[in-house]
Design a protein around this ligand. Structure first.
Ligand code: AMP
Ligand code: GLY
Length: 423
């Protein structure tokens, strides 16, 4: 199949790696890609956020499936433009993507679909924000309403910090103040054709920068899959997944279909398992990063079949995706001063040696070739992924590989998946 993958992160590298692993019969091209992706497939310099550019390229090159990685092209209406010209596309239209792009739209859909989530109120002025903060009490949860690249959410016991954060984001629009939810977090992905949903395997993301879940929120510093503790809590992973399908994924997809904006693409359910039950903390309208890097290496079913079936509305004819018993761990290598002001343009070394560790591969995020050298070009630079038969093995492999990688000033967490290692 001729497939165009839009995006330039480790998530897109993982998607391309999974597509290439299925068969060597696919003809894959990425736009704009990165230096690692360019080692695997051709990259083209079209603007992934420009609906006309993507549509013309796809028509001119007989693309049979477009897979949209990041949220920006979705919000820009790239999927709508492709669908209008009958080009199969995995990714929701602009309106359904507001599930991610607008937190207040997501809350409204959840309310109408009776999907369990935390209480939240929207504030348009600082006085309103302060009144809502005081009504909810500490710890405070303040969220920018629009897309904020992972930087819009603050969870803090400090009222002053909460007010400061609200003030900052009110300058860009409204803010949402939410009830604090306590419990472990799960990222669960569903492939959706607008009516039918099929679950992928659960993963857990580490959002905070530093070990012990300290430091600022980031785009994600590591992940692992599956989550062995779900079976202890719910009897089995399947029981948990079935509950999320019934109470969250299907009602949400049905609500969007009923409103004439079917969700065709990847429904990312960000969940907190509270004592009172499963609650949605956020929806995303695309694969999660870095969770994709641990979910897709475990997928046994062909990814292209699933994505195409979702795009053309035939998901109900597909079996549930199958996953290997192997586990996967990923650790993100980030630049000095990420997430505030990442230092970029520094040389990277040791990647080939690192990939010689059994079970290890590297998904590139922000890399580019400059003067013939591989250099960092953003905050999250690489995702080192290791699979294994146990978390002890996968973790050892991943950290062994990380030790071989050189990037001046780089940061990574040392506790990814430590809690699921059994001796
Ligand atoms: P979000 O961008 O909405 O996923 O939020 C980023 C992170 O902030 C989440 O992964 C949680 O760790 C935390 N968070 C968001 N909302 C809440 C909440 N209502 N209660 C507790 N933690 C939250
Ligand atoms: N890992 C969090 C996200 O993709 O939004």
């Amino acid at each position: 199949m001729k497939i165009l993958v839009l995006g330039s992160g480790a998530r897109e590298h993982a998607i391309i790696t999974a597509l290439l692993a299925e068969t060597d019969a696919h003809d894959i091209v990425a736009a704009p890609g990165n230096a690692g992706i360019a080692q695997s497939v051709p990259v083209v310099a079209i603007d992934a956020n420009d609906p006309e550019a993507v549509t013309s390229y796809s028509e001119d090159n007989d693309i049979e499936l477009v897979v949209i990685g990041p949220e920006a092209p979705l919000v820009a209406g790239v999927a709508d433009a492709l669908r209008a010209r009958a080009i199969p596309v995995f990714g929701p239209g602009k309106q359904a993507a507001a599930l991610e792009g607008s937190k207040s739209f997501a809350k409204r859909i959840m309310t109408d679909a009776d999907v369990p989530t935390g209480r939240a109120d929207r504030a348009a002025t600082l006085a309103e924000a302060e009144a809502i903060l005081d009504a909810f009490g500490s710890p405070y949860v303040v969220k920018a309403d629009g897309l904020a690249a992972g930087k819009g959410v603050l969870v803090t016991p400090s009222r002053d910090a909460a007010v400061e954060h609200a003030k900052h984001w009110l300058a860009h629009g409204s803010v949402l103040i939410e009830e604090f939810l306590d419990g472990p977090e799960v990222s669960l992905f569903f492939v959706s054709d607008g009516h039918t949903v099929l679950p992928l395997s659960p993963a857990q993301d580490y959002k905070r920068l530093a070990d012990g879940d300290l430091g600022p929120n980031t785009g994600g510093m590591g992940a692992y899959s599956p989550l062995p503790w779900l079976s202890e809590q719910f009897g089995s992973e399947k029981a948990f997944v079935d509950e999320v399908i019934e109470t969250i994924a299907l009602p949400t997809v049905r609500q969007l279909a009923a409103e004439g904006t079917p969700f065709i693409g990847l429904l990312y359910c960000g969940l907190i398992l509270t004592d009172a039950g499963i609650r949605v903390i956020e929806f995303n309208a695309r694969f999660g990063d870095p969770e994709t890097q641990v979910v897709l290496p475990r997928l046994v079913s062909p990814l292209s079949t699933l994505l195409l079936a979702a795009s053309v509305g035939t998901l109900s004819e597909q079996p549930a995706p199958a996953f290997s018993d192997d586990v996967a761990v990923t650790i993100v290598v980030a630049s000095e001063n990420y997430p505030e002001t990442p230092v970029i343009g520094r040389p990277l070394g040791g990647l080939e040696e690192a990939e010689e560790v059994p079970g290890v591969h590297i998904a590139h995020a922000a890399t580019q070739v400059s003067d013939g050298r591989l250099v960092s070009s953003g905050g999250r630079v690489l995702s080192v992924v290791a699979t294994g038969t146990s978390f002890a093995q996968a973790r050892t492999r991943a950290y062994e590989a990380i030790e071989m990688i050189t990037l001046e000033g780089s940061q990574h967490r040392t506790d990814i998946a430590a809690k699921v290692v059994t001796s």
